[in-house]
Design a protein around this ligand. Sequence first.
Ligand SMILES: [Mg+2]
Length: 196
Amino acid sequence: MTKRKIGIDFDDVAVDTFPAFLAFCNERYNEQFRVEEFTSFRYDGVWKITKEQGRERFIAFDNSEAKRNICPMLGAQKAIKGLAIIHELHIITARPVEIAEGTREMIDRHFPKMFKDVHFCSSDNGAILHRPKPMACKEIDVALHIEDHPETARRCADKGVPVLLFDRTWNRSEETHDLITRVHSWDEIFKILSRP
Ligand SMILES: [Mg+2]
């Protein structure tokens, strides 16, 4: 088996962030939305808020105890542990560096010693630190990236990076692309990436 570098998005791929985030928002802002209603990645679609307000909500969530409710995706710990033996795994996340410490803690807690490195790619990280995910994927030289954000997946694929698109309600309208393969579980990902 050839050892490959694999990029793995953190939120909603390694861990199931959105349900915990939505539960926090429903309570904090007195709303009653369901995960299934989020059929696009745009915050303004369901929540009717701006991108900046969406970011503020996420920071509020990250500053709260509710972030402790973020669980690993079903089967992720087992699959990632197995894949870490075969390949070199990198977290490539759009989280801002200002929440890097808490993010690293969560990674250490759920996925101890499984990742070679963690890369923060948010546009909030300033001109020097900002490195869009497709650029990060190219620079780290990943053979493949696992992602749930439909636009990010397409931009990576357009740069020649093969993507496993983790099936979520907000990426189901994504058009097909030669380099994008939709996957539905970590079991499936493990099978694909452990094939000789
Ligand atoms: Mg994600």
